[in-house]
Each structure stands twice: as structure tokens, then as C-alpha cells.
Design a binder for this molecule. Structure first.
Ligand code: PLP
Length: 397
């Protein structure tokens, strides 16, 4: 039965991780997979997370199933983080949230919901986008289109082309926006550009799907939600897939959520029953531990302020590495202008390195970068910066 089945190509990002793990070079550097690393090059468990886990260990009394939509305390905490305190969306119950296994789980449930209930919709993603977006949507046979985003020459947002592309998207289609810290470019719209996009969305009548995987990694928890909240002021309906993998460092606990917003509470609730159906036939109900950690932290004043401090220090370290990278490249005699890297948000940057240079970095220097030239700035440290920049200088010659 299995004889005719061909091996699938390895995942472009996770496959790189496997290659890195198998590389015996002790000086290898991993700037591939999107995981935060500290100055020691490790992905630590946050102190706030450890303390929440200690509390949970003492409090937990049962491992019985969660409901299909997940833990109530968690779902409420997610909404407050997305929408802010004291918003009408929450008080009028205009949003419904399902706890999901990671942001990917949220996107997959959203994809099934769209396919079933908006069967004629095409989903539009930015060019470029996170490598898994197209695959997730195509896996449920959704039509996927792309809109202009990145200007290769200026290494910045090509906002004019983005607007022009999106003004061709018809009512009833779905447009995916990265809430902040665009993956892979690190370039986000400005507040004024978000406003223009929201107005366009309202005029065109397409449904925005926000993928919000990096809240707090850009400028701050509130600042990073600005695009999403601007949209909420202008459009009646929205889907939001968010993840706590990065901002809580809970990668392997699989913690995320899918939120549906409508300007009518009954409609939000009715549509939500269909989201729950998609969950039930997919993984039945979500895993508990990670969401319990997040709820414990967000609902405790003390743990929340510790978490916010830790999040700030991750954010600051990435900003520092961006500047150091740009300065060290200059010091190593690289003439090309890399200053754009210090202006970008979140973990990722499009370095502008071409596939041949990326391949040389890997073969000659054991430096692992995604083929597109996307680099994970969080993989840089004071210690690996010199050899990294020397190697880049060598392949740029
Ligand atoms: N969306 C984007 C843009 C991402 O970069 C990622 C993770 O890299 C995800 C979603 C998925 O997050 P998770 O690991 O929580 O599934």
C-alpha cells in the first residue's frame, strides 16, 4: 500500500535545524529557525513561566479534558491582551476565542472555517510571508494569492504596490496581515499606513485575518497591537490567530488562540460554534499545560510584571544585536549598506544575502540561514558576532 509514496521534501526551516544539529563544527551558528536565544545561545525558560509552573504543580487537581474552546481564564486573558482593558469588544461580547495548539493550530482551524463557510474566498498573503502560510491554507484546498509587500531594492515596505494590490481584492476574500514583526522581513506598516489599510479593507469588504505571533517583540505589548486595533475601529469582522510560543518562550507547549470578532454578539457566537466544530473534528480539545501557565501569569500582578520585564529584555537584546551586527559588518570592511537591519522589528531580517552566499556560509563557515536570506537576529550573541560578520564579509567579496 505504501510503495508508491514518495518522500516529502524536508520543511525549509525545520529541515535546516536538523542539518545544524548534525553539523559537528563546534563553532556553528544557527540563524535559521525562529526561536529566541539569549546571550549564551540558549532558549531559556522564562522565570515567570517557571514560577507559574510551580504554582500550577501545587494547585492542579485533575487532568480531565478541557472544553473544546479551552480554558475560560485563558480565553479571557487572550482577549485582554489583544484588545486592551475595558474595551466594548469584550464588554459587549463581540469576540469569541478558542484556545488552540500554537499559532499554527489557530491558522489551521481558521483555514478550515474559511474553506467551509466562505467557500469561494481566496486568501491573500504578503509576498514574502512565513513559509508555512501557503502550505497551511493549501492543505484545506483554499485558493492562495499574494499581494506585494517588500521592495527588494530599497529593502523597505512597498506600500504603494501593497495598496494597489489590495485594492483589487474583492469583497468576500480574506487578507492575511502580520500583526507586527513581519516574518520574514521584519518590516511593518507605520500607524498611518495601518490606518490606510484599515480604510481600504472597510471600502473593499474583504475579511482581515491577523496573524499575531510576536506581540511584545517589536516596540511593546500595546504598541504592537496598534495595527490590529486600528482595523477594529474600521471593520465589522475579523479573525485573529495569535501565538504565545515566542513572547512566553512556550514553543513546545503549543499555546495559541483563534479569535473571531463581529459587530454583532449573536453572530460572533453562531460563527464560533462552527469554529468549535472544526476543533472537535481536528484535535477535539486543546492541551492544557501551556495555557494554564499563560493564564496564571497574566492574571497575577506579580508574575505579569516579571513577564513584562523578561519580554522587554528579550526585545532589547534583539535591538542591541541589530545595531551591533550593522556596526560590526562595517568594521569588517563591508561596504554595502546594512543599516536597514537596525530599523526592523522582531526576530527576523531579510539580509539581502543571495542563495549562493547563504550556501557558502553554510558549507564554509557552518552558519545556517534560511535560503531566502532571512536571518534570525536572536541567534546572534556578542561572542559569535565577530566570526559571523567576518564570514559574511568573506562571502560578499
Ligand atoms: N505565524 C508566524 C508569522 C510565525 O512566524 C509563526 C512561528 O514561527 C507562527 C505563526 C506559528 O507559531 P506557533 O509556533 O505558535 O505555531
Amino acid at each position: 500500500m505504501f510503495e508508491h509514496i514518495q518522500a516529502a521534501p524536508s520543511d525549509p526551516i525545520l529541515g535546516l535545524n536538523d542539518a545544524f544539529r548534525n553539523d559537528p563544527n563546534p563553532k556553528k551558528i544557527n540563524l535559521g529557525v525562529g526561536v529566541y536565544k539569549d546571550e549564551q545561545g540558549t532558549t531559556p525558560i522564562l522565570k515567570s513561566v517557571k514560577q507559574a509552573e510551580e504554582r500550577l504543580l501545587n494547585q492542579e487537581t485533575s487532568k480531565s479534558y478541557l472544553s473544546i474552546e479551552g480554558s475560560q481564564a485563558y480565553r479571557e486573558a487572550v482577549q485582554t491582551l489583544l484588545f486592551g482593558e475595558d474595551t466594548q469588544i469584550i464588554s459587549k461580547q463581540l469576540a469569541q476565542t478558542a484556545q488552540t495548539p500554537g499559532g499554527t493550530g489557530a491558522l489551521r482551524v481558521a483555514a478550515e472555517f474559511i474553506r467551509k463557510h466562505l467557500p469561494n474566498a481566496t486568501i491573500w498573503v504578503s509576498n514574502p510571508t512565513w513559509a508555512n502560510h501557503q502550505a497551511v491554507f493549501q492543505s484545506v484546498n483554499l485558493e492562495v494569492g499574494s499581494y506585494a509587500y517588500y521592495d527588494v531594492d530599497t529593502k523597505s515596505l512597498d506600500f504603494e504596490s501593497m495598496l494597489a494590490g489590495l485594492s483589487q481584492v474583492p469583497a468576500g476574500d480574506v487578507v492575511l496581515f502580520h500583526g507586527c514583526c513581519h516574518n520574514p522581513t521584519g518590516i511593518d506598516p507605520t500607524p498611518e499606513q495601518w490606518y490606510q489599510l484599515a480604510k481600504l479593507c472597510s471600502k473593499q469588504g474583504f475579511l482581515p485575518l491577523f496573524d499575531f505571533a510576536y506581540q511584545g517583540f517589536g516596540a511593546g505589548l500595546e504598541e504592537d497591537a496598534q495595527g490590529l486595533r486600528t482595523f477594529l475601529n474600521h471593520v465589522p469582522e475579523m479573525l485573529i490567530a495569535n501565538s504565545f510560543s515566542k513572547n512566553f518562550g512556550l514553543y513546545n507547549e503549543r499555546v495559541g488562540a483563534l479569535t473571531i470578532v463581529s459587530d454583532n454578539a449573536d453572530q460572533a457566537l453562531a460563527a464560533f460554534t462552527q469554529i468549535k466544530r472544526a476543533v472537535r473534528t481536528n484535535y477535539s480539545n486543546p492541551p492544557s499545560h501551556g495555557s494554564a501557565i499563560v493564564a496564571e501569569i497574566l492574571n497575577s500582578k506579580e508574575l505579569r510584571s516579571l513577564w513584562e520585564m523578561e519580554l522587554k529584555s528579550m526585545r532589547s537584546r534583539i535591538h542591541e544585536m541589530r545595531s551591533l551586527f550593522v556596526n560590526t559588518l562595517r568594521a569588517k570592511g563591508v561596504n554595502q549598506d546594512f543599516s536597514f537591519i537596525s530599523k526592523q522589528n522582531g526576530m527576523f531580517s531579510f539580509s539581502g544575502l543571495n542563495p549562493e552566499q547563504v550556501s557558502r556560509l553554510r558549507k564554509e563557515f557552518s552558519i545556517y540561514i534560511v535560503g531566502s536570506g532571512r536571518i534570525n537576529v536572536a541567534g546572534m550573541t556578542h561572542e559569535n558576532m565577530e566570526p559571523l560578520c567576518e564570514a559574511i564579509a568573506a562571502v560578499l567579496k
